[in-house]
Design a protein around this ligand. Structure first.
Ligand code: PEP
Length: 254
């Protein structure tokens, strides 16, 4: 039997918006969502707004997530937030290993696996972000980089857990640059990721797992991206900050 993967569109607000604009935007998105049966939509908001944002989203299928957390439960980790704390303020999912965490904040690759494991244990849906830098692509190291990131991030994941784990392919050179991966580039990498899951965890896990594309997704390119075989959704940065650009993305024609 073929497994049908529900399209998943997620907005990553990063360190943007203020409280009132954040709440207005959540209200607008909530008002435009259907019953959530044909697509899943989520917003990854700054942690300080999670409680308010999830209160506004309540009663709708809109998912609310954090952009990062620490894998320990508690302790002397100044400035950090645990998975359980995120659950307490209403988050149901979390980004892990976003390229800005990896490259600006120098988060080690092996932390991603500990975070994915902890997220699953605490009933948060993890979105593991992977992607190569421009120089890595130019020197034909894309596959090697992705393999290393997938090996680390999915190290402790069991095949049946891939229903709850999402992988987001975000080429670093496409994030916030206006430069989108070509359909061929996206198709090739998404197929590579699905094959990696297949080899490691089997065919069922590979069929269940959703793989999102991220990097300069806009209203005018979402449809083309969603037509690529192994693209199951999008992780949207800049265009998720305004209703005018995010609503047409979440309402793309299937
Ligand atoms: C992101 O940061 O996850 C992202 C994809 O950003 P943008 O859409 O702005 O390229």
């Amino acid at each position: 039997m073929t497994f049908v993967r529900k399209p998943y569109i997620a907005g990553n607000w990063k360190m943007n918006l203020d409280r009132s604009r954040a709440l207005d935007l959540i209200k607008t998105i909530k008002g435009r969502l259907g019953d959530g049966s044909d697509r899943e939509v989520a917003i990854f908001a700054p942690s300080v707004y999670l409680a308010d944002v999830s209160a506004v989203a309540q009663g709708s299928p809109l998912g609310i997530g954090a952009q990062n957390f620490h894998f320990e439960d508690d302790g002397a980790f100044t400035g950090e937030i645990s998975a359980r704390m995120l659950r307490e303020v209403g988050a149901d999912r979390v980004l892990i290993g976003h390229s800005e965490r990896r490259h600006i904040f120098r988060e080690p690759n092996d932390w991603t696996g500990r975070k994915v494991r902890k997220a699953l244990e605490e009933a948060l849906l993890p979105v593991l972000c992977v992607g190569e830098k421009l120089e890595e692509r130019q020197s034909n190291r894309t596959d090697r980089v992705l393999r290393r990131q997938l090996d680390a991030g999915l190290t402790d994941v069991k095949p049946d857990e891939m229903l709850r784990v999402t992988v987001a392919y975000e080429p670093v050179w496409a994030i916030g640059t206006g430069e989108v991966a070509t359909p061929e580039q996206a198709a090739e990498v998404h197929a590579f990721i699905r094959k990696w899951i297949h080899n490691r965890m089997g065919g069922e896990a590979a069929q269940m797992a959703r793989i999102l594309y991220g990097g300069s997704v806009m209203p005018d390119n979402i449809r083309g991206l969603m037509q690529i075989e192994d693209v199951d959704g999008a992780l949207v940065g800049g265009a998720s900050l305004k209703a005018d650009t995010f609503i047409p993305i979440i309402e793309f024609d299937q």
